[in-house]
Design a protein around this ligand. Structure first.
Ligand SMILES: [Zn+2]
Length: 675
């Protein structure tokens, strides 16, 4: 293949990351807990002192330097929004008008509280007006228009067999607790969560104007219906398998699957042709939808739909509803004691629904072009390191390596912000009572997404907003995406030494690249097609190596009886392990041909790299949040994201001269290596 040759011809010379004119800061040694042996518990050693001095704030479920930086960004966004909301002369449809009026409406809590539950009345009236399933269906379609994804969700998705094309994807969306286990498992903690959930639903209905007795009865109706939907839906491990949700479906097949829905009318409502390409993620779930449409009395449906309007929009309603919503989902389920201040919730809401409008202003002010150029350079270094790493895998045949090289050659990075911004001028934001502007923004998001269905893929679109302190890999587009929000200190720091930058943002970049070769990403080829490109024996080797990682995480407990689900966190854990290794390789390469950088406080450059990595990845997380994560989050908790990959790496053992029987060194027969 030509691509392999082109890649091999690329220069192997190191590229200095930053100009070294000014003195640069290194790792912060005051964050270390030196009482702890790095070979015993590197998580505690690397930032135990920081955690002791920086307890999780009352409004947060987790905390680290990275989370602190993400929250600090919200302060910058607040300045932008305060300014925009005070500007009365911004032209209608301009970015300033849209974000300023949205934020201004959100901040006007007195007006929201005075409106009370009136905002919900038209929605409840429309649901009450339904006299049959056809009427219900019209109410459901209206709810879908504002992203109340009750029963199922229909959204745009890249065709996994033709990744240049966008199809309509129908996924399961019928319950509000974080995972199906909450509805189905007999354990005491789930039983308690169900009882608390029923109480919560009843309280919300009372706050929405119902009497105690009917609210309590309604709560039982809701959980009974949600339990049936939860039971029919796939678990989170199965949902990670793109083959398990791969069901291209024709319109007649959809009609046969759920005949109680008038799909012609539904598609007309969405302005979609009935011959549009479609995928149904979970046919078994859709069959349950059909069964419920046949069996559930109309009165129960009405309760269920009202609950989902109420639950889905609670954050935009009067204070008592906001507080009750937080009391259950924030405080009880995730252990966070306090609601965030209103300004921060309004900043988050603007980012969520008008993200590129706000993001455009944010990058103008806070993301200099040099940052983009430097990040691009770093991504290039990491891709070169990945190529070297894969080519050196002894277990992989030349044939599969060649195909992996093709995949690396088509990797496309996106850095900072979109080249083409969304046009928000038609978002009907007018600084009304917030609920109306909130629904208008949600309507914009839905229409923006739906408008792409049945058309060629527009690869300029982004799946995260520019201020987001996160990153992602999209296997269908084979792209890695790093928003401006993550490309700032402490992750990416113009004034820091290479060890710090490679140890933090470098491992993030390496992590996202490695997702292209994790248990999920490896199923997609260089064009983003869901297609096997591995020889049988290489695939077997790869799966065995993955099984080693899955088994490792199965043994990580957060409290007696509760441990990680190895298969759920497998993709993230392969990416963490691969990311650390690739970033270290790229860091070492960056040192070639230069005088060795100085030790800091006795720590060698390699030790500094590992410390930077642990300080970036090592979140403190509330135990309640950890329990939710064990079930619903494919990411391991911060502690195991540090201990897990590093205890597999001989490079770590060597860097800290750990004895072979140290807790941070997995025995040779248990050591996992994928990439
Ligand atoms: Zn990841």
């Amino acid at each position: 293949m030509h691509i392999l040759k082109v890649l091999l011809a690329l220069s192997l010379l190191s590229i200095p990351l930053f100009s070294q004119a000014a003195p640069l800061h290194g790792i912060d040694v005051t964050d270390l807990d030196r009482k702890v042996d790095p070979c015993t518990d590197f998580y505690e050693f690397a930032n135990g002192a920081w955690r002791a001095n920086n307890p999780i704030p009352a409004t947060m479920p987790r905390w680290s330097k990275r989370w602190a930086s993400g929250e600090a960004t919200k302060g910058q966004l607040r300045e932008i929004l305060d300014q925009a909301s005070q500007q009365k002369s911004a032209p209608k449809g301009s970015t300033e008008q849209i974000i300023g009026d949205y934020y201004g409406a959100c901040m006007d809590e007195a007006r929201i509280n005075a409106r009370g539950i009136d905002a919900l009345k038209p929605w409840f009236a429309a649901i009450d007006g339904a006299s049959d399933i056809a009427g219900l269906q019209r109410a459901i379609a209206d709810m879908h228009d504002v992203s109340v994804t009750v029963l199922f969700s229909l959204s745009a998705s890249t065709d996994r067999h033709k990744p240049t094309w966008v199809l309509a994807d129908l996924s399961a969306s019928g319950f509000a607790l974080p995972d199906r286990d909450y509805y189905l498992k007999p354990d005491a903690r789930f039983k308690e969560a169900r009882e608390k959930y029923v109480e919560h639903i009843a309280r919300m209905f009372v706050l929405a104007g119902w009497d105690q007795k009917s609210a309590a009865a309604a709560a039982h109706t809701v959980i009974a219906m949600e339990t049936k939907f939860a039971d029919a839906s796939l678990d989170n491990v199965t949902l990670r398998d793109p083959n398990a949700t791969d069901h291209n479906t024709t319109f007649p097949q959809l009609q046969a699957m759920v005949p109680h829905i008038d799909w012609v009318e539904y598609f007309n409502h969405l302005h979609l042709p009935t011959d549009v390409d479609m995928n149904v993620d979970e046919p078994k779930y859709m069959q349950e939808v059909e069964r419920q449409l046949q069996q559930t009395p109309l009165a129960d449906w009405k309760i269920y739909l009202k609950w989902h309007v109420l639950n889905s929009s609670a954050e935009a309603l009067a204070a008592p509803l906001v507080e009750q919503n937080f009391a259950f989902f924030g405080k009880y389920l995730r252990g966070t004691p306090e609601l965030k201040p209103r300004w921060k919730r309004c900043v988050e809401s603007t980012d969520e629904y008008l993200g590129e409008a706000l993001g455009k202003k944010y990058v103008e002010k806070y993301f200099p072009p040099e940052a983009k150029a430097r990040a691009q350079e770093m991504v290039r270094n990491l891709l070169l390191a990945t190529r070297d790493d894969i080519l050196s895998r002894p277990w992989m045949s030349e044939e599969t390596k060649e195909r992996a090289m093709a995949k690396i050659a088509t990797f496309s990075p996106k850095i900072g912000y979109p080249d083409k911004w969304k046009d928000y001028s038609r978002a009907a934001i007018q600084r009304r009572v917030f609920f109306e502007d909130y629904l208008a923004a949600r309507r914009f998001v839905v229409e923006d997404d739906r408008g792409t269905i049945g058309k060629p893929v527009d690869r300029s679109r982004w799946g995260m907003t520019p201020p987001t302190s996160n990153a992602y890999y999209n296997p269908l587009w084979n792209e890695i995406v790093f928003p401006a929000g993550i490309l700032q200190p402490p992750g990416f720091d113009n004034n820091a030494i290479d060890a710090v930058n490679y140890g933090s943002i470098g491992v993030v970049i390496g992590h996202e690249i490695s997702h292209g070769f994790d248990d999920q990403g490896a199923k997609f080829d260089y064009l983003g097609r869901l297609r096997n490109w591995w020889t049988d024996s290489d695939l077997k080797q790869f799966q065995e190596r993955g099984a080693c990682v899955a088994d490792q995480f199965e043994h990580y407990f957060i409290e007696p009886g509760i441990h990680h689900n190895g298969k759920l966190v497998l993709g993230e854990s392969i990416a963490d392990l691969g990311g650390a290794k690739i970033a270290l390789m790229a860091f070492k390469k960056s040192l070639e041909g230069k005088p060795p950088p100085p030790d800091i406080d006795g720590f060698t450059p390699e030790q500094q790299f590992f410390i930077a990595w642990a300080q970036w990845r090592g979140d403190a997380i509330r135990i309640e949040e950890q329990r939710v994560m064990m079930l619903a989050d494919p990411h391991p908790i911060g502690k195991f994201r540090v201990i897990g990959p590093l205890s597999n790496m001989p490079e770590f053992q060597q860097a800290f001269s750990c004895k072979p029987d140290s807790p941070m060194v997995r025995p040779a027969d248990k050591r996992c290596e994928v990439w």
